[in-house]
Design a protein around this ligand. Structure first.
Ligand code: PLZ
Length: 446
C-alpha cells in the first residue's frame, strides 16, 4: 500500500462505519448539491467520497466502504493503483493536452498497439480513441455505416449502450434512460436476445429467433452492424446461452453485417480474460472498450479490422479530448500492470470465492432466482419466491442495508431486480466474504 501523493496515511483495506449513513458532512454537501446540481443527475448512495484505495472507498465522514461496484466497473485494477497514479502524474507534469489530430504523441499509438495485441483476432487492427463509452459506440456505428454503405443498426433486448441520442436509441430500457428524451435516432432495431434464466432457450434456438427477427423485420442488406454486449451489463449481467453469440457472429460474417462487441463493461480483465468475447471464442469485427481501460481516467476505444477502421476518410474521426495524453498514459500503465502482475488470474480467483458464496445464498433464500456471470462480473437476480416475478423492492432493501453496513453494492437489470458484483481485482478474499456476510444478513432481514 502506498501513501497518497498528498502524503496522507495509507487506507487500510477494511470496512469501518463511524457515523450514520450518510454522515453529517455528506449531508451538508448533499444540501449544497441540491441547490446547484439537477435532480436528473442522481447518486445511488449520497456519501461524498474523500479518497479511495484498492477495494475501499472512504467518505468525508471517515466511513470506509467495501466497494463492490468500482464506479461501475472502472477502477478494475483498484482505486489509486500506484502504477496508474505514477503514470498519470508524470504525464500531467509533461503536457496535458495538445490534441492528437493537431499534433500527435506516443501514448495514443501505444494504446492502439496494446489494443491490437490484446483484442481477439489475429489480423491487422486499428484503434480510434474517444472519451466515453457512448462515444465509442457512436464511432463504431459511424465506421460500420461508412464501411458497408448501409444505414441500419441492430441491438438486443436488455442492451445498454449509452445516453447520447444515438446510444439512447440503442439502449433498451426506457426508465431512466430514455423517457421523454426523444425523438431518437432512426434505423435502430431491438431484436430478441438470449436470457437463459427467463427464456429457457438454447443458444441455437435463441440465435435462430434473433436472426429470423432481423431478417423479417429489417433485412441483413440494410444492416450496417449488430452491436452486442458479450455479457449484458446494465441489463443485469445476462450471460447468453452457449453458442448464441457465435451463431450471430457467423450470420454477420455471411451477410456482411459488421459484428461489434460492446466490451465497455465486460472488457479489460474484468472476467479473467482481456475481453469477455474470448470466453465464447468470438472474434468481433470491432471491439469497444472504455471504463476499466484507463484506471479511472476517461478513455474509450474502437478497435477493429484495419480494412473496416480505415473506411473513414481522413479527418472523419476525432474529438478535442479524445485520447487525452494523461488518460492514455494511465491506460498504458493498466495494460502493463495486468501483464506484469498477472491480473488476469484475479477474475478467476474472485469468481472462485464469490460464486460459491452466492450459490450458498441461493440455497438459503428462495428469492434468489439466478446466480450468473463470469470472473469479477457476477450477479444474482431476485424474484418473488417460487416465481419468475422480478422483485426490485428486495434489491432496493438489500442495497440500502448493505450501504448502512459499509458495503457499496449496485443494482442492475431491466426490472431493477438484479444485484451485481463488479469489485476491483484488488479486492481480497476476506473482504469479499465479509461483504457477502452483510448481504446474507440483509436477505435474512427482508
Ligand atoms: N456500453 C456496455 O456498460 C456504461 C452507465 C451508467 P459511458 N454503463 C454504465 C450510467 O448510469 O450512466 C456503458 C456500458 C456499455 C456503453 C456504456 C456507455 O459508457 O462511458 O457511460 O458513455
Amino acid at each position: 500500500m502506498t501513501d497518497t501523493l498528498a502524503g496522507r496515511p495509507p487506507i487500510a483495506q477494511e470496512r469501518r462505519i463511524v457515523t450514520a449513513i450518510p454522515g453529517p458532512r455528506s449531508q451538508e454537501l448533499e444540501a449544497r448539491r441540491r441547490a446547484v446540481v439537477p435532480v436528473g443527475v442522481s447518486s445511488a448512495l449520497p456519501v461524498y467520497i474523500d479518497r479511495a484505495h484498492g477495494a475501499i472507498v472512504v467518505d468525508v465522514d471517515g466511513n470506509q466502504f467495501i466497494d463492490l461496484g468500482a464506479g461501475i466497473g472502472v477502477t478494475t485494477i483498484g482505486h489509486t493503483d500506484a502504477a496508474v497514479v505514477a503514470a498519470a502524474s508524470s504525464q500531467l507534469a509533461d503536457f496535458t493536452h495538445v490534441m492528437f489530430t493537431v499534433t500527435p504523441y506516443e501514448s495514443y499509438v501505444r494504446v492502439a498497439e496494446l489494443l491490437a495485441e490484446h483484442t481477439p483476432g489475429d489480423f491487422a487492427k486499428k484503434t480510434v480513441l474517444l472519451n466515453s463509452g457512448a462515444e465509442a459506440v457512436e464511432n463504431a456505428v459511424k465506421i460500420a455505416r461508412k464501411h458497408t454503405g448501409r444505414p441500419g443498426v441492430a441491438v438486443l433486448e436488455h442492451s445498454y449502450h449509452g445516453r447520447t441520442n444515438l446510444t439512447m436509441a440503442m439502449t433498451h430500457k426506457a426508465m431512466p434512460y430514455k423517457l421523454g428524451f426523444g425523438p431518437f435516432a432512426p434505423d435502430v432495431h431491438h431484436a430478441p436476445g438470449s436470457y437463459p434464466f427467463r427464456d429457457g432457450l438454447s443458444g441455437a434456438e435463441a440465435a435462430a429467433r434473433t436472426i429470423a427477427w432481423l431478417e423479417k423485420t429489417v433485412g441483413a442488406a440494410d444492416l450496417a452492424c449488430l452491436v452486442v454486449e458479450p455479457i449484458q451489463g446494465e441489463g443485469g449481467f445476462v450471460v447468453p446461452a452457449d453458442g448464441y453469440l457465435l451463431a450471430l457472429q457467423e450470420w454477420c460474417a455471411a451477410t456482411g453485417v459488421v459484428f461489434v462487441a460492446d466490451e465497455i463493461q465486460s472488457g479489460m480483465a474484468r472476467t479473467g480474460r482481456y475481453f469477455a468475447s474470448e470466453h465464447s471464442g468470438l472474434v468481433p469485427d470491432l471491439v469497444l472498450s472504455a471504463k476499466g481501460i484507463a484506471g479511472g481516467l476517461p478513455l474509450a476505444a474502437v478497435t477493429g479490422r484495419a480494412e473496416i477502421m480505415d473506411a473513414s476518410h481522413p479527418g472523419g474521426l476525432g474529438g478535442t479530448f479524445a485520447g487525452n495524453p494523461v488518460a492514455a498514459a494511465a491506460a498504458v500503465a493498466v495494460f502493463d500492470s495486468i501483464r506484469s502482475r498477472g491480473l488476469l488470474a484475479e477474475g478467476a480467483r474472485i469468481e472462485g470465492v464469490l460464486r460459491p458464496a452466492l450459490l450458498g445464498l441461493q440455497r438459503r433464500f428462495d428469492r434468489v432466482g439466478d446466480v450468473r456471470g463470469l470472473g469479477a462480473m457476477l450477479a444474482m437476480e431476485l424474484v418473488t419466491p417460487g416465481t419468475f416475478e422480478p422483485d426490485p423492492a428486495a434489491v432496493t432493501a438489500v442495497t440500502a442495508y448493505a450501504a448502512q453496513h459499509g458495503v457499496l453494492l449496485l443494482n442492475a437489470g431491466t426490472w431493477g431486480n438484479v444485484i451485481r458484483f463488479l469489485p476491483s481485482l484488488a479486492i481480497g478474499d476476506e473482504l469479499l466474504i465479509e461483504a457477502v456476510g452483510v448481504i446474507e444478513e440483509a436477505l435474512a432481514a427482508l
